[in-house]
Design a protein. Structure first.
Length: 107
């Protein structure tokens, strides 16, 4: 359950950065955020597992967003994923929230 927690937290932070400040989020920013999350009481359990699958989760999401052509399309795809629509229609990447066994797939 650690990888889905990281996926959802990163997705929420990525969406907030774009909608509030118009900023794209880099892999390095998400990796630094992961380090910070491990120091919080709420997400301290992330320190108890290998960092490899957690970082792989960050890379998969970064790749999914990178396959979109623009930041505006990226955030639309993420919004559709959370709403339950097919984000593949927007940019060719299937970006979904926790609960999906498929984190990213080409459409």
């Amino acid at each position: 359950m650690c990888a889905p927690a990281v996926w959802n937290k990163t997705l929420a932070d990525r969406r907030a950065a774009f909608s509030q400040r118009g900023e794209k989020t880099s892999y390095q920013q998400t990796d630094a955020a992961l380090t910070g999350w491990k120091k919080t009481a709420e997400l301290a359990f992330l320190s108890e597992v290998s960092p490899v699958p957690l970082q792989q989760t960050l890379r998969h999401q970064h790749t999914a967003f990178g396959s979109c052509s623009s930041p505006a399309t990226n955030i639309l795809a993420a919004g559709r994923a959370v709403a339950g629509d097919n984000p593949g229609e927007a940019c060719g990447a299937d970006v979904r929230q926790q609960g999906s066994s498929l984190l990213r797939s080409a459409v």
